[in-house]
Each structure stands twice: as structure tokens, then as C-alpha cells.
Write a protein of this length. Structure first.
Ligand SMILES: N[C@@H]1[C@@H](O)[C@H](O)[C@@H](COP(=O)(O)O)O[C@@H]1O
Length: 261
């Protein structure tokens, strides 16, 4: 696992957007796995900037969704499909038919989960999966004690995650759905490159557990330790609990620039 400590969220966004642009140069129809929440926004802004500057070509890129609320009406502004349309597809000029996601409005939810697994496999798998991290170490919506081998399925949110996400629902936790569909940890580990971005003091403990703690289902993000190509990008505040921070800085400082992340 590589840990890159950046000065701020904007630098993290630029670093990751650069990696996406470089991936797309080699594979124009790459599948980019995208996450929601506030943390990834600087990545999408930086990628849109690269597209405007003619330094990234997303015209053939495909976008895959990580997770989705269950029970919000189709088109609800806070469904993750709507969020990704607003934050990723529209600014990048990517058409809806290049978008893969689970259907959180389906009557048969297990069938919708299986259909999404099939769609990801038929697309050839995710090339680069961007991840955030919950304060409890969750990735996607895989809450603590999710099986490290899990596939896309229905999950129940912890009350903490509902509280954390209430800010997107006018601060009213009752509006936050209790159930979600999420790519499983096993599904996420199938992506060819995992990039987790975490910023702010509130994520420091979860980051330390994920990077330096044991691999354990109680901290779902620790599963990244099992992946052959995982990059964790953190700002100084999110890195503040890492015992090996100096080593990570030293490694990054001496990395040949052609290697990228
Ligand atoms: N399902 C999403 C996760 O994918 C995201 O990583 C997490 C953290 O969000 P934020 O980046 O806003 O802290 O929020 C939600 O739970």
C-alpha cells in the first residue's frame, strides 16, 4: 500500500485526477469507479479542469457507481445517481449510457444487486476505483463487520453513518434512508487500482486503523492492505494519527516522478 501525504484536499484532488487522466491516455474507455460524499469533489473538479485544458480525454470513459440509497424516489436529488450526474457526468460531459450503477428503486433488490455485479463484469471490471472513508472505516457503504469477501448487496446503515450523512438531507437524520445497496468489499477489491482519499481531522483515526491496523472486517477500509495496487491519499490532518507518517513522506519524496501513483 502506498500512502501519499498531500498539503491539502486540492492537492489530493489534483494528484488523483492526474492519475485518472494518465490512465485514460493508455485506455480511453477505462472504467472509473466513483464515490460520493464531500471528499471526492476536489478530484472531480480537478479532472474537469484537465478536460477543459485538453489534458484529459473522458469522451470514451465509463463511470461506475460505488453504492446507492434504497427507497429514495427515482430522481431524488440526494440519490447517489443524481449526485454523480450533477458532480461527475454533467461537468465532464459524459453521457448517461456510459454510466453503470445499481438500481436503488428496484422492487427486487437482490436481483438489482446481482444485475450490477454482472454489468461490472461485462464492462471488463473497474480500472481505477476512487474511495472515501467513513468515520467508522467504512468504504462504499460496507459498514464495520462487512465480510471482506462480500459482493454487491443490501446493507443497513449504522446510526453514525446516517448522522454523518444527514447534512445532505437538510440536517434531518430521519430523511436519511436506513438501507443501501453497495458494492461488496470483494467487489471493490476486484478493481485494478484502488485510490482512497481522506481529508480532515475527523478521518485521522479511521485512516490509521485502515493503514496501520490489522486487516479486520471491523475496519472495512483495512481490506485495502490485501490489494496489490492500493494508494491512500491523505492531507496532513487525516495523516495526523499515522505512526509511519515520516516514512510515507520520505518514500513519496524519493519516488521517481515517472512512476505516478
Ligand atoms: N457511501 C459514502 C462513502 O462512499 C463515503 O466515503 C462516505 C464519506 O463521506 P465524506 O467524504 O463526505 O466524508 O460517505 C458515504 O457513506
Amino acid at each position: 500500500m502506498e500512502v501519499v501525504i498531500v498539503p491539502d484536499a486540492r492537492a489530493g484532488g489534483e494528484l488523483i485526477a492526474g492519475a485518472m487522466a494518465s490512465l485514460l491516455r493508455g485506455r480511453p474507455d477505462a472504467v472509473l469507479g466513483v464515490a460520493t460524499g464531500s471528499t471526492p469533489l476536489p478530484v472531480y473538479q480537478a479532472l474537469a479542469g484537465l478536460v477543459r485544458a485538453g489534458e484529459a480525454d473522458v469522451s470514451r470513459a465509463r463511470i461506475a457507481q460505488l453504492d446507492e440509497y434504497v427507497g429514495l424516489p427515482a430522481g431524488h436529488p440526494e440519490s447517489y445517481r443524481s449526485v454523480l450526474r450533477r458532480e461527475v457526468l454533467e461537468p465532464l460531459g459524459i453521457e448517461e449510457d456510459a454510466f453503470l450503477g445499481p438500481d436503488g428503486t428496484a422492487a427486487d433488490l437482490p436481483a438489482a444487486c446481482a444485475a450490477y455485479e454482472r454489468a461490472l463484469a461485462e464492462a471488463g471490471g473497474v480500472d481505477l476505483q476512487l474511495l472515501g472513508i467513513g468515520t467508522d472505516g467504512h468504504i462504499g457503504f460496507n459498514e464495520p463487520c462487512s465480510s471482506l469477501a462480500s459482493r454487491t448487496r443490501l446493507k443497513t446503515l449504522t446510526e453514525q453513518t446516517r448522522k454523518d450523512n444527514a447534512r445532505f438531507f437538510g440536517g434531518d437524520v430521519e430523511q436519511v434512508p436506513r438501507h443501501v445497496i453497495t458494492q461488496g468489499i470483494g467487489t471493490i477489491l476486484d478493481a485494478r487500482h484502488l485510490v482512497l482519499l481522506a481529508t480532515g481531522e475527523g478521518k485521522a483515526e479511521a485512516v490509521a486503523a485502515a493503514v496501520e491496523g490489522p486487516v479486520a472486517a471491523v475496519c472495512p477500509a483495512s481490506a485495502l492492505q490485501l490489494h496489490p495496487h492500493a494508494t491512500v491519499v491523505v492531507d496532513e490532518a487525516a495523516a495526523s494519527r499515522l505512526r509511519l507518517a515520516d516514512y510515507f513522506r520520505h518514500t513519496w519524496q524519493h519516488k521517481p516522478s515517472w512512476q505516478g501513483i
